[in-house]
Each structure stands twice: as structure tokens, then as C-alpha cells.
Design a protein around this ligand. Structure first.
Ligand SMILES: Nc1nc2c(c(=O)[nH]1)N[C@H]1C(S)=C(S)[C@@H](COP(=O)(O)O)O[C@H]1N2
Ligand SMILES: [Mo]
Length: 383
């Protein structure tokens, strides 16, 4: 008896003959993309735990090296930006596979396609949300940090799976070996070299024109970054202004620092200025990628806590004058609170803090994300 299953005619799909849409190109670009995403993932996880440490981690996070967070967050944003042209080139190299017929050939093949769909969607989502985050534009209904963090794990998992599934191809096309086995016509080799050179030039261009926002020796090339490390009052960018935070000179007028602990006390600004002052050079390193070092003068946090009778290795909660906002209250583990470089700063680059930089007093601590360098400090609480 004749089988009645109707045969589905393939739709009129385009055909691709160009050899640059091959596994070797995909591998050549893929390994750089993989490296960028891996660096981005590791530095991103580092940033997340420094910013929102779980309870068990809060006291063991190190306050050294002083430039640690600055370096890792600069790398996070730079590797994310570099991944954008790499991802575009990679998608260009492999997109003819979208037109292969039939689209699904077996359960295994369907699963493989599904994992690639997750991988592509997660990669596009991470790079897109990250890019908009550094320009502080949030055109979506969800909260950036938890979603960006969760999708990072999804992306890391999908990437590992992809590398495992493609391992035979990756091995076959890694390095120069496969060029010989493919017996490519000479003009195709030239084309591939041109394509890869173009991609490398694109990566170099976006990196060199943005990395100066944190790597200050290149600040003069900083044309495409959202921030320039020198632009702002007192030579330092401002993230949240006093106006946005609802803090004014009037709010700060009758200011007294309140320190609560076994022996609570309050101090007016004049008395705070009369205490021994320490000068440090420390960076503000914003999670959005810009960072710059500055000179800070003020009173050591550990001196203020000791005066309140705080036992050694105390944690401290810092509360801002700001009425509302995600960074109004901040906690600091013992390693930061005890560090001789951690200050309640009163001066910036030799001048009294401007209102936008946290007048009358702000926190500056080594190896911490900018979001935790609380401005307009009203009180410290020994925990
Ligand atoms: N009270 C308070 N402090 C804050 C913030 C804030 O929104 N509120 N923003 C933080 C962020 S995100 C950064 S990067 C630094 C920037 O400090 P600057 O504006 O003095 O450069 O301040 C931090 N301190
Ligand atoms: Mo920030």
C-alpha cells in the first residue's frame, strides 16, 4: 500500500555559497566572543557580590587592592562593549543556518536549535540592557540589576552548553590547521583575513573610544563613552545630583552627624573639622563604568566608631540625608569600616565638598562600588 504522508515542499529559501559563512569563520570570531563574554560574566558576578553581598560574605570582602573594583568594573563594561561588534559578526557568519530546510530534523537537533535560540536571545539581551544601563536609560518595566544578573547565569549556561555541543567543530577549526584541510581557494583566504581584520578594527575602535571613561590615560580618546572622567564639578563626574536627591543647602544647614552605638553622640560640622584629618587618594568607580581617582580629606570612620564605643570588627550602617532612593542606606563590613583609608570625607581635591558631591560629608572607601560611596551622610550606626 502506498504511504499517504504528504511531502512538504521546501519554501523558496535563499541559498548561500559564500565560504565566509562557514565553521572556520564562526570559530575564529566565536573564540574572541567567548572570551569577551567570559570576562564580562566573571567581572559582573564580582561586581554583583561586592555591591550586594550575602550576609556571610559582607565581613570577608577585602578592602584591598584599593583599585580592585575600579579595574574589574572597567573591564566589565569594556568587555561588554567589545562583545557587541563580535556578536554581530558572529551572527552574520552563522545566519544562513536559519534558512536550512527542514528546520527541525530530530529531537536532538531540535534541542540544539532551542539552546542556540536561548544563547542568542540571552546574549542580545545582556549586551543591549548593559549598554543602555551605562547611559542610564531604562526603557523597560523591570528592575535592571536582578534581571541582568539572572540572565547572566542563563547566558553562561547556554554558552557552556553551546561550546560542549560544538566542541568537535571548535577543535577542528581552532588555529591555522584547518585552513590546509579545507583547501580554500586563495581569494577566499584573503576574504576571511579581511573580514577578521575588519572585525578586529571594529572592536579596537569601540574600545579605544570608550575605555577612557575608566582607563584615564586614554581619556582624550573618550569620544563615545557616556562619561568623561574630568567633566563635573570639582573635576569629578556626578551621578545623582543633590537636586535629584532632594538635598539642598537648607537641608544641610543645621546638620549634625549622629553616631549611634554603645556611647552615641552627635557632632556639628565645625567639631568634625577640628578632629584629626586624613588625606587619601581613592577612586570613585561607578557601576556604570566610569571611574576616576581623586584626593579626599576627612575623618577616619574607625576613629568615629571607636569614639562611639564600637567593639572591634563592628559593621556599620550609613544613612543619608536623602529622603528616598536606593542608595539612601548603606552597610559596610568590618574590613572596610576598620580600613585606615575609609573616611567620612569633608573635602574633595582640596576644596570643601560641593553639594553635588555630598556636602556636608560623604563616605569614601577603598575597593567598593560607587553606589556604596554614600553622599550627604546624616548618621552612622554601629551594628
Ligand atoms: N545618598 C546617595 N549617595 C550616593 C548616590 C545616591 O544616589 N545617593 N549615588 C552613588 C553613586 S551611583 C556614585 S557612582 C557615587 C558618585 O559620586 P559623585 O557623584 O560624587 O561622583 O555616589 C554614590 N553616592
Ligand atoms: Mo554609580
Amino acid at each position: 500500500m502506498e504511504r499517504m504522508t504528504p511531502r512538504i515542499a521546501p519554501p523558496p529559501l535563499p541559498t548561500f555559497r559564500a565560504r565566509l559563512h562557514d565553521a572556520r569563520t564562526a570559530t575564529a570570531i566565536g573564540r574572541w566572543l567567548g572570551l569577551a563574554l567570559m570576562v564580562c560574566f566573571l567581572t559582573g558576578v564580582t561586581s554583583h557580590y561586592l555591591q550586594r553581598p550575602p550576609d556571610w560574605l559582607a565581613d570577608v570582602l577585602p578592602s584591598r587592592p584599593t583599585w580592585g573594583y575600579r579595574f574589574s568594573q572597567g573591564l566589565h563594561v569594556a568587555s561588554g562593549i567589545a562583545a557587541i561588534p563580535l556578536l554581530m559578526a558572529k551572527l552574520w557568519a552563522v545566519y544562513p543556518r536559519l534558512f536550512v530546510w527542514p528546520p527541525v530534523r530530530s529531537v536532538r537537533h531540535a534541542l540544539e536549535r532551542l539552546s542556540v535560540a536561548v544563547l542568542v536571545a540571552a546574549a542580545v539581551f545582556q549586551l543591549f540592557t548593559g549598554l543602555l544601563n551605562i547611559v542610564e536609560w531604562y526603557p523597560w518595566p523591570f528592575s535592571f540589576v536582578p534581571v541582568h544578573f539572572a540572565v547572566a547565569w542563563l547566558l553562561a549556561g547556554a554558552l557552556l552548553l553551546h561550546v560542549a555541543v560544538k566542541w568537535p567543530d571548535i577543535r577542528a577549526h581552532w588555529g591555522r590547521r584547518s585552513e590546509g584541510t579545507l583547501e580554500l581557494p586563495a581569494e577566499d583566504k584573503v576574504d576571511r583575513r579581511s573580514l577578521l581584520t575588519g572585525v578586529a578594527a571594529g572592536v579596537a575602535a569601540v574600545t579605544l573610544t570608550t575605555v577612557g571613561q575608566s582607563f584615564t590615560p586614554l581619556k582624550r580618546l573618550d569620544l563615545l563613552a557616556p562619561r568623561h572622567p574630568d567633566h563635573g564639578t570639582q573635576g569629578l563626574p556626578v551621578n545623582r545630583t543633590a537636586l535629584a536627591a532632594g538635598v539642598s543647602t537648607a537641608t544641610a544647614r543645621d546638620w549634625r552627624l549622629t553616631v549611634t552605638g554603645p556611647r552615641s553622640y552627635t557632632l556639628p560640622l565645625a567639631e568634625l573639622r577640628a578632629l584629626p584629618q586624613t588625606e587619601v587618594r581613592l577612586p570613585i568607580a561607578c557601576v556604570e563604568g566610569w571611574s576616576v581617582e581623586a584626593g579626599w580629606t576627612g575623618v577616619r570612620i574607625r576613629d568615629l566608631l571607636e569614639r562611639a564605643g564600637a567593639p572591634p570588627s563592628s559593621r556599620v550602617r550609613v544613612v543619608s540625608l536623602e529622603r528616598r532612593g536606593a542608595y539612601r542606606v548603606m552597610e559596610m563590613g568590618a574590613a572596610y569600616a576598620e580600613d585606615p583609608l575609609t573616611l567620612l570625607a569633608l573635602r574633595l581635591n582640596g576644596q570643601v565638598l560641593s553639594l553635588d558631591h555630598g556636602f556636608p560629608a560623604r563616605i569614601i572607601a577603598p575597593n567598593r562600588p560607587g553606589v556604596l560611596q554614600t553622599k550627604w551622610v546624616a548618621g552612622l550606626e554601629v551594628l
